[in-house]
Each structure stands twice: as structure tokens, then as C-alpha cells.
Design a protein around this ligand. Structure first.
Ligand code: NDP
Length: 485
């Protein structure tokens, strides 16, 4: 392997790489071959303490800089990320197995968008003035302090930036713990931020499993926790943060509905279903994995879908022609293949796929089930892999009730050419992010997050600022103070 995937050290703390081989070793496996490409060590208590101390010590001076100064550093980091997009995309592919065709246009680029967007916004963050007769109140928008970011493994560069950029723009320091499955990319984000001029201690990366995350979340010096992960992990992290009355953002899982009405443009609906189920081998939280198709067009939709899924180019993720790569790990592949078994056992009709692909690495076929019913496990649980469940419907009110009958509320989509129906359906969806005649767009300008069990808070957009800052109200009296005695 010519590309050097072994990082200089496991952690990035106080502006420099730091190693402590006393921690549990974590082997980094390239999902396309199963080969070990790096080893990092989980943070020991000493490393965790070093990171929190560095963040705590550096944060006040960072918050005292002007927004323009802070923003300039973030925007410079965005430029560096874009200039290094190729190398960062190759690393993202090594870390996750996602095809270079995707990583080269989605990961470092969306991370850079986030740094640029919040960098631009940093100088505009203000409180307000509230006049009360001759007296007044003004509000100061202040940083929260030390923020902990904990990432999932599907978008390691993007998640490191989506959490870091707004946190830093608001004057916070961050300690980011990547998923143990994909520990490499966040270190590059830290390196780039420091190259762009970030003061030491403001963005730190520590490696480790859940217990490192737990140690960070429960430390009294930490003020805010932002997690991207599954609902069960979210429950644990939210509860641990609540113990210390900490601020939280929870970006959790989903089982999102996509509804295709009989008047939809079928080609676009098939494209939406492919994007919303097979991009990143289906390992996307907002995926529309319950595809409700109107009975009148169901067979036409399935035929075209199967034909187009057959055009997927499955192979070496580094080959720019490859459009479908491996699962992130053997474990995740086996979990997903287990769901395929459940689907078959429950009587769903396998339209295409369903099997592991006989080659090195953790490849399975993009899979479509039809005739799925609402009570089947594959229609209720988040699979987090390339398994689409197609269900049918005839009536709008009925399909809306079924679409919303889930603990999750991350995303939802509708394909129709009926303008009023599209907006009526979007309004009725119980989900944080909805799509009309498209699926899975996630521009930094728009709020992103879940309702119901899919999460708390919003990432991206102006809305993220409220989750990384707090308002202090200052009362100012110009006349005399009246007291009862
Ligand atoms: P997990 O919930 O397994 O893990 C998420 C992160 O939390 C990992 O870094 C994990 O560490 C860490 N963690 C686990 N237990 C604890 C704990 N007790 N305290 C603190 N941290 C802990 O999720 P996955 O990594 O498997 O990612 C897939 C999930 O993420 C899916 O459910 C998906 O829907 C969701 N997701 C949500 C997104 C959103 O924005 N809404 C976006 C992307 C994914 P480690 O695994 O290293 O042990």
C-alpha cells in the first residue's frame, strides 16, 4: 500500500500529536480488503485529562477574540481542506470503505462548507438590545465552554467538522472522539485547523470506545455534548449528560419513510430511492428505508428500480467508476445480512440482491424487498445497510398514518407532481428533515436533525448557533432603585 494511513500518533491534543500506547490498541481495517491499515490506542485516563485540561485552559482566550478573527481561521481551514480534497477523500475511503466517487464530492467538501459557513457567521454573532422605558436590557451571546463531540463511523470527516465548526465559531473549545471504527479522518481535521492558525487546545481529538466517550461526557469540566450515533447510545449519553445538566445535541438513527404517489415522476422517484438507500452502502442515518409506493405504479417502479440497481458498479472503492462499495466492517455486514434473513423469514419478496459478495472485504449486494408489511422487523428497525423495504398503499390518509407510526422522526420524503399534496404531506410528516421530489440533500445552510427518538437539537444553519452558545441578560437601570423598605 503506497498511501501512508498510519497517523503520526493516536491523539491530537493542545496543538500536537500525542501518543500513549498504554491504551487499548484499536486496529483500523480497510473495509474493501479486510487488511489492517493502521493502529491507534484508546485514550487512557491521563490522555482524557490532558485533553480536557488543554481545552479548558485555552477556551477563554479563544472566546475573547473577535468573531472576525475566529472566523478567519475557520475559513482558512476550509480553503486548506478544499486544496487537499483528493488526499482527504482517499483517507476517508480507507477509513470507511465508501467509494472515492462519493468521498471526493461529499466528505471533505461538506466539512469545508461547514467551516466556511460558520467561519463567515462568527463575526455576525451578537446579542440584542431591549429598551424598557429609560432602562434597558442587553443580551450577550456567550460560548458554553468545553464541548465534547462524539462521532459515528459513516461520515468521519463531515461529523468532525459539523460539530467543530459551529462550536468554534461561538468561542467554545472542542474535544472530538471519533468512532473507534473510523479514527483517522478527524486527526486530519485537527491538523488542518491548527495549520490555519487555531490556537492550541481549541480542537482536540482523542480515540477510544464508548467508555472514553462516557468519561468525557461525565467530566464536570465539560459543558456540552453533541453525539451522532444510534438511539440506544443516545439514550445513555443523554442520561449521562443530564446528570451534570449539560447542553446536548443528539443526532440519532431513523427509519424514514419515502412516499411515491401514483402521479410521481417514476424515474426521479427511483433515483431518490437509490440515493436514499444505497449511497454509502446504505449507511446513512436519514435514509428513506421504508419506500411506500402507490399500488397503481408499484410493479413499474420495482421493475425500473431492479434494472437500475443492476447498473451499480461494485468493486474497488478507489476506482472512480465504482459506485457501490463495501460495508464499514465485517460486524456491520453481518448485522445487515441478519436483517436480510429476517426479511426472508417474515415472507417479504426479495426483488434483487440479498447476498454477501464473494470477494475480499465486507461487500454485500444492494437489496430490495417488496410486499413488506408494517409489522415486519425490516420495516420497523434501523438496519443501517443497503436494504430497501418497499411497501404499498392506496390512500393518502392511510399512508401518512403508517409513515408516522414509528419511534423515529429523522427524515421523510414525498414524490408527487401534485403541488398542494406535496406540501400537505410535508406538513404532516413527523420528522425533522423532509424532502419533496428529492432525497438526502444536506446543505450546510439548512437545519438538520431529528424529532421524536431521532434526536434533540439541530446541526448546520443559523439554528446550530443556539445549540453552541447561551444568552446572558444584563439589566441596566438609569433611574433610582425602588425598594419596599
Ligand atoms: P453508536 O451509537 O454505536 O456509536 C456512536 C458513538 O458513540 C461512537 O463513537 C461510540 O463509540 C460512542 N459511544 C458508544 N457508547 C457510548 C457511551 N456510553 N458514552 C459515550 N459515547 C459512546 O453508532 P454507530 O457508530 O454504530 O453509528 C451508526 C448510528 O449512528 C446509526 O444509528 C445512525 O442512524 C446514527 N447516525 C445518525 C446521524 C444523524 O445525524 N442523525 C448521522 C450518522 C449516523 P465506539 O463505537 O467507538 O465504541
Amino acid at each position: 500500500m503506497t498511501y501512508d494511513t498510519q497517523p503520526k500518533a493516536s491523539h491530537f491534543i493542545n496543538g500536537a500529536y500525542v501518543e500513549d500506547t498504554g491504551g487499548t490498541p484499536i486496529d483500523v481495517i480497510y473495509p474493501a480488503t479486510g487488511e489492517k491499515i493502521a493502529t491507534v490506542y484508546a485514550a487512557t485516563p491521563a490522555i482524557i485529562d490532558l485533553a480536557i485540561k488543554a481545552a479548558k485552559d485555552a477556551q477563554a482566550a479563544w472566546a475573547a477574540m473577535t468573531g472576525t478573527e475566529r472566523g478567519r481561521i475557520l475559513r482558512r481551514a476550509a480553503d486548506i481542506m478544499r486544496a487537499r480534497n483528493h488526499d482527504l477523500s482517499v483517507l476517508e475511503t480507507f477509513d470507511t470503505g465508501k467509494p472515492y466517487q462519493e468521498t471526493s464530492v461529499v466528505d471533505a467538501t461538506s466539512g469545508a462548507d461547514s467551516l466556511e459557513y460558520f467561519g463567515g457567521m462568527a463575526a455576525t454573532l451578537t446579542g440584542e438590545h431591549i429598551q424598557l422605558g429609560d432602562n434597558w436590557v442587553y443580551t450577550r451571546r456567550e460560548a458554553l465552554g468545553v464541548c465534547v463531540g462524539i462521532g459515528a463511523w459513516n461520515y468521519p470527516t463531515q461529523i468532525a467538522c459539523w460539530k467543530g465548526a459551529p462550536a468554534l465559531a461561538c468561542g467554545n473549545a472542542m474535544i472530538f472522539k471519533p468512532s473507534e471504527t473510523t479514527p483517522l479522518c478527524a486527526l486530519k481535521v485537527a491538523e488542518i485547523l491548527h495549520e490555519a492558525g487555531l490556537p492550541a487546545g481549541i480542537y482536540n481529538v482523542v480515540q477510544g470506545m464508548g467508555e472514553v466517550g462516557h468519561a468525557l461526557v461525565t467530566d464536570p469540566r465539560v459543558d456540552k455534548v453533541s453525539l451522532t450515533g444510534s438511539v440506544p447510545t443516545g439514550r445513555k449519553v443523554y442520561a449521562a449528560a443530564a446528570e451534570g445538566i449539560k447542553h446536548v445535541t443528539m443526532e440519532l438513527g431513523g427509519k424514514s419513510p419515502m412516499i411515491v404517489f401514483e402521479d410521481a415522476n417514476i424515474e426521479n422517484a427511483v433515483s431518490g430511492a437509490i440515493l436514499g438507500n444505497f449511497y454509502s452502502s446504505g449507511q446513512v442515518c436519514s435514509n428513506g428505508t421504508r419506500v411506500f409506493v402507490h399500488k397503481a405504479i408499484k410493479e413499474q417502479f420495482l421493475a425500473r428500480l431492479a434494472e437500475r440497481v443492476g447498473n451499480a458498479v461494485i468493486g474497488d472503492p478507489m476506482d472512480p467508476d465504482t459506485s457501490f462499495g463495501p460495508m464499514v466492517s465485517e460486524r456491520q455486514m453481518n448485522i445487515v445480512l441478519g436483517y436480510v434473513e429476517k426479511g426472508l423469514a417474515e415472507g417479504a419478496r426479495l426483488v434483487t440482491g440479498g447476498a454477501r459478495i464473494e470477494r475480499d472485504g465486507f461487500y454485500m449486494q444492494p437489496t430490495v424487498f417488496a410486499d413488506v408489511t408494517d409489522d415486519m422487523v425490516i420495516a420497523r428497525e434501523e438496519i443501517f445497510g443497503p436494504v430497501m423495504a418497499v411497501l404499498d398503499f392506496e390512500d393518502e390518509a392511510d399512508v401518512m398514518a403508517r409513515a408516522n407510526d414509528t419511534e423515529f422522526g429523522l427524515a421523510a420524503g414525498v414524490f408527487t407532481n401534485d403541488l398542494t399534496r406535496a406540501h400537505r404531506v410535508a406538513a404532516a410528516f413527523e420528522a425533522g428533515t423532509c424532502f419533496i421530489n428529492t432525497y438526502n440533500d444536506a446543505p450546510v445552510e439548512a437545519p438538520f436533525g431529528g424529532s421524536k427518538n431521532s434526536g434533540v437539537g439541530r446541526e448546520n444553519s443559523k439554528a446550530a448557533i443556539a445549540h453552541y452558545s447561551q444568552l446572558k441578560s444584563v439589566f441596566v437601570r438609569m433611574d433610582d432603585v425602588e425598594a419596599p423598605f
